[in-house]
Design a protein around this ligand. Structure first.
Ligand SMILES: Cc1ncc(COP(=O)(O)O)c(CNc2csc(C(=O)O)c2)c1O
Length: 461
């Protein structure tokens, strides 16, 4: 179900894309539109645009397509009459769930539940999953502080006008370079690009530094360990400082690999230590797997590489799981109904697709494939950075969740655009990285196809 290679007819965006951008520009902001796509013709690892250009996709809709385009297992699901009512009728899941909902959740999301978690709350996207996870942490923290879960009369009256004690002065510790969404609460924990935050009010919550590792890791083990220790000490100091400010940290939120911030990695020891700091200070520990989850690091969850039985109190997800949501420990479940709530609370049709995606991952051993392709990709990137030391550096990655730094932003942009005109879709992250986010069906064959094209582009610079 894949094409045998890229095939370009025009520069991208082509004439039809440009025409459609003008049309859409009459309706909404089109500044971020790259080009228009033909999702009927797109297949497997190949994205076809409206001008008939066929490109090998290593960005996959901001890392949200698990099995590539139009996978037969998902198409087949649409033909099944039993699934029709699930796709046509969207229920308000919080109050009127379909009869098969528990079974479908067991089949899909609970079959890949993180270690130590048996509960999951579905949502629509990454931001609303994180927003509700934050609220769950605040509710948990206040009930712990009170010693019971009955707000006082003063709590109930003051919260109606956004004042304490009903609206408590609690905080969430996040990390510089982190990205957790663009809604108000998530945005207060997002620190990747100023354009995401400028002009929007925020909250006085603590922000700790995330380790800036030197590569290759084996050459800088001592410096990197010192850098991680510095960041951990700073994080713990912030927790103490915010408690003294009367704004205690209810939860810590972190990505296993900071993606938007520039594919910043840290060691399993770093995360183990941070998890222990959270326990020591009575904070919940929220692992944001929206971009790293779903198999792209070679394990279904990136936090599995930490080798911990108790990796977190909350794990949020979206993108490759086709629906948003968060797993959580029992004690993080809101104590009353209608506290973590909205109209849809997820989408059962997406759970149907996810069950199929998980079946394909298992039957085609895609996690092993990702590990194999990832090794070939990272070795190829190591070779290219040796060949073009003036342009490339800091090749890094886990599974196919890889990245490489370019000497400056302008050169990065030029490389991404040239690669696209040669039939490869790439994305950037941070201030100078190119990130690789292929689908789970990206084989070694595709790696070598990509590396050849990437080499041609670099040779022109
Ligand atoms: C680690 C992590 N956490 C939360 C989010 C927010 O998810 P959405 O709200 O975009 O579904 C994301 C979304 N990723 C993302 C990539 S570019 C982008 C954007 O809004 O520009 C967002 C994420 O990577």
């Amino acid at each position: 179900c894949d094409y045998d290679g890229p095939a370009m007819k025009t520069q991208v965006p082509g004439p039809r894309s440009q025409e459609l951008t003008k049309q859409l520009g009459e309706i909404q902001n089109v500044g971020a539109v790259n080009f228009f796509c033909n999702y009927n013709e797109s297949r497997g690892n190949y994205l076809v645009d409206v001008d008939g250009n066929r490109m090998l996709d290593l960005y996959t809709q901001i890392s949200s397509i698990p099995l590539g385009y139009n996978h037969p297992a998902l198409i087949k699901l649409m033909a099944h009459p039993d699934n029709l009512s699930t796709i046509v009728n969207r229920p308000a899941l919080g109050i009127l769930p379909p009869g098969n909902f528990p079974e479908k959740l067991m089949e899909s999301l609970l079959s890949v539940a993180p270690s130590g978690m048996t509960r999951v709350q579905t949502m629509a996207c990454g931001s609303c999953s994180n927003e509700n996870a934050y609220k769950a942490m605040f509710i948990w923290y206040r009930n712990k502080e009170r010693g019971h879960n009955t707000p006082s009369a003063e709590d109930l009256s003051s919260c109606m006008v956004n004042q304490g004690p009903g609206c408590p002065d609690l905080s969430i510790l996040s990390f510089m370079g982190g990205f957790h969404g663009r809604t108000l609460g998530c945005l207060a924990t997002t620190h990747s690009k100023a354009i995401h935050k400028v002009d929007v009010p925020s909250l006085d919550w603590p922000i700790a530094p995330f380790p800036k590792l030197k590569y290759p890791l084996e050459e800088f083990a001592r410096e990197n360990a010192q850098e991680e220790a510095r960041c951990l000490e700073e994080a713990e100091d912030q927790i103490v400082k915010w408690r003294h400010k009367g704004k205690p940290v209810a939860g810590i939120v972190i990505e296993p690999i900071q993606a938007e911030g520039g594919d910043n990695h840290a060691s399993p020891e770093f995360f183990k230590s941070l998890r222990n700091i959270a326990r020591k200070h009575g904070c919940a520990f929220h692992v944001d797997e929206v971009q790293t989850g779903g198999g792209c690091t070679g394990k279904f969850w990136a936090h599995e590489h930490w080798g911990m039985d108790d990796p977190g109190d909350i794990v949020s997800f979206s993108k490759k799981l086709l629906t948003g949501g968060f797993y959580h420990k029992n004690e993080l479940q809101a104590d009353q109904p209608y506290r973590i709530f909205n109209t849809w609370m997820g989408d059962p049709s997406k759970n149907l697709f996810l069950t199929e995606v998980l079946n394909v991952i298992r039957t085609e051993n895609l996690l092993e494939e990702v590990t194999r392709s990832g090794k070939a990709l990272l070795n190829g990137l190591y070779e290219l950075q040796t060949q073009y030391p003036g342009i490339l550096s800091r090749a890094r990655g886990q599974g196919t969740f890889c990245a490489i730094d370019v000497c400056d932003d302008a050169t990065r942009t030029s490389i991404i655009l040239k690669a696209r005109n040669k039939g490869v879709v790439l994305g950037g992250c941070g201030d100078r990285s190119i990130r690789f986010r292929p689908a789970l069906v990206f084989k070694e064959y595709h790696v070598h196809l990509f590396l050849n094209i990437f080499n041609d582009v670099l040779a022109q610079h």
